[in-house]
Design a protein around this ligand. Structure first.
Ligand code: GDD
Ligand code: MN
Length: 434
């Protein structure tokens, strides 16, 4: 009797649940006097379009050598990392602004572009051909602001790294001040803050400003963050401190600063400098309504010490929705279309798996969304994964039921097995990282 009941429950639950997963000392650099001049010369020598007479180059070379070996070797003291997606009209302007703001500082800029359809990477590559301080990382098959920033910092080597938007919303004129706070040891992390005296978020509309304030409040309360603007996308950090934290940071989402600050558990000497968050120059914001979800996922992950991942939760949620889709289809096929139970049940399973695939592709794996022709093989791989998941589900349910004939316990154990299996295998075979 219990066994029959278990069969019915597993039969109904399993297919939709198949989609239900459960610090180095700062290198001294003289920015003033002769050091400043030498630094300027360093910049000029690095630019291909400016040729110095031989004797001047030698003279300046020996001057610099006695002052800062890093400079003669062409090493930057500051790496500015700029994530870009469809910013082709902004990158050149930002480069010129950086050049003006950072005179006297040995710097480089690393643009991390996620293969922008507008060819931003191409514009950056052109800049890089004229000035070796400019570099471009073109990432293919990946998307995400945080991941881009992490990769950009890790691909650079200066003792200090800054992160800023490409669209001129962040104030590059603050960079020298931020750098000197790090150099003189007053801070290990300097945050460009909109929410302290002297700062403002004028570039935001009312709705964004409201959401930003709300999210900041949640982050500060739930995660015990002390700084005023943990959502800022504008900051500078000591490389050694960043490298320590990097393995624990999430590459998903866009709240990299919040992630850094909460992962450091208050052990990062942080100073905030006010700045005015300006209006975007060209193009549009890449942050859509999904950022709220990303934000909640990050708060949850950090709150549970990385025990729960947002992806898994979304996968599980989609599976839960799939259960209702399955039952709805079953009802329609039986009651309205008058199909026999096996056909109706199969239809329910197929519709539920298809809707689970679509939802996961749209939500859970939106950063790796399958598009165009890739959808079809992805869908079939998903069907396959779910079918095998069903066997795993039923197998576990049976063995639990064998030990303890409690139908709901056995059913739940089977469903959990199915969830974990489907989640793990989908990540491997359906939405695998290229
Ligand atoms: N490589 C890469 N990949 N870059 C991206 C991606 C991506 O998926 N998404 C956005 N970017 C780049 C943009 O091109 C821009 O240079 C920067 O990241 C920030 O994106 P915006 O689209 O300009 O975001 P925003 O101005 O609406 O949001 C800003 O304010 C938030 C605070 O509320 C950003 O500074 C956020 O970082 C900040 O958290
Ligand atoms: Mn922006």
């Amino acid at each position: 009797m219990y066994a029959r009941l278990l069969f019915v429950v597993v039969g109904i639950l399993a297919p939709p649940l198949a989609g239900f997963p459960l610090r180095s000392a700062p290198v001294p650099e003289l920015c003033l006097g002769i050091g400043g001049l030498a630094s300027e010369a360093w910049h000029r020598r690095r630019r291909r379009d400016i040729r110095l007479p031989m004797n001047e180059a030698i003279r300046l070379g020996s001057e610099t050598a006695s002052q800062d070996p890093r400079q003669t070797m062409g090493l930057p003291d500051l790496s500015v990392v700029v994530p870009t997606f469809n910013e082709r009209d902004n990158v050149g302007k930002l480069y010129r602004k950086l050049e003006a703001a950072l005179s006297g500082i040995a710097w480089e800029v690393v643009f991390v572009d996620d293969n922008s359809p507008d060819g931003t990477w191409n514009v950056v590559r052109e800049l890089a051909r004229q000035d070796s301080r400019v570099r471009c990382i073109r990432r293919i098959g990946r998307r995400g602001l945080s991941g881009a920033c992490i990769e950009g910092i890790l691909a650079s080597c200066a003792p200090y790294a800054a992160v800023m938007d490409a669209d001129l919303q962040h104030d590059e004129a603050q960079l020298p001040k931020m750098l000197s706070l790090l150099r003189n040891g007053q801070a290990e992390l300097v945050v460009g803050s909109r929410y302290i005296e002297g700062g403002s978020a004028d570039g935001f509309d009312k709705q964004r400003a409201g959401f930003s304030a709300f999210a900041t409040g949640i982050a500060r309360r739930v995660l015990g963050i002390a700084i005023a603007d943990p959502m800022s996308g504008f900051f500078m950090i000591r490389r050694d401190r960043f490298e320590e934290l990097a393995p624990k940071l999430s590459t998903q989402g866009f709240k990299i600063l919040l992630d850094i600050v909460s992962t450091a558990h208050g052990e990062l000497k942080t100073v905030e400098v006010p700045f005015t968050f300006g209006a975007r120059l060209h193009g549009e914001s890449k942050l859509d309504s999904m950022v709220a979800l990303d934000f909640l996922g990050l708060v949850l992950a950090k709150f549970t010490n990385d025990a729960v991942s947002l992806r898994f939760l979304l996968f599980a949620m989609v599976g839960g929705i799939g259960l209702f889709v399955h039952l709805g289809t079953l009802f329609v096929a039986l009651a309205w279309l008058g199909w026999p139970f096996p056909e109706a049940q199969t239809a329910g399973a197929l519709v539920a798996m298809t809707s689970n695939f679509a939802l996961n592709n749209f939500l859970t794996y939106r950063d790796q969304r399958l598009k165009g022709l890739a959808i079809l093989p992805g869908l079939f791989a998903f069907y396959l994964v779910c079918s095998v998941g069903l066997f795993a589900n039923v197998g576990v349910a049976f063995s639990v039921y064998d030990q303890e004939p409690i139908w709901w316990l056995a059913g739940a154990a089977g469903a959990l097995m199915g969830v974990v299996w489907n989640y793990a295998m989908s990540g491997l075979f359906v939405w695998r990282r290229r």
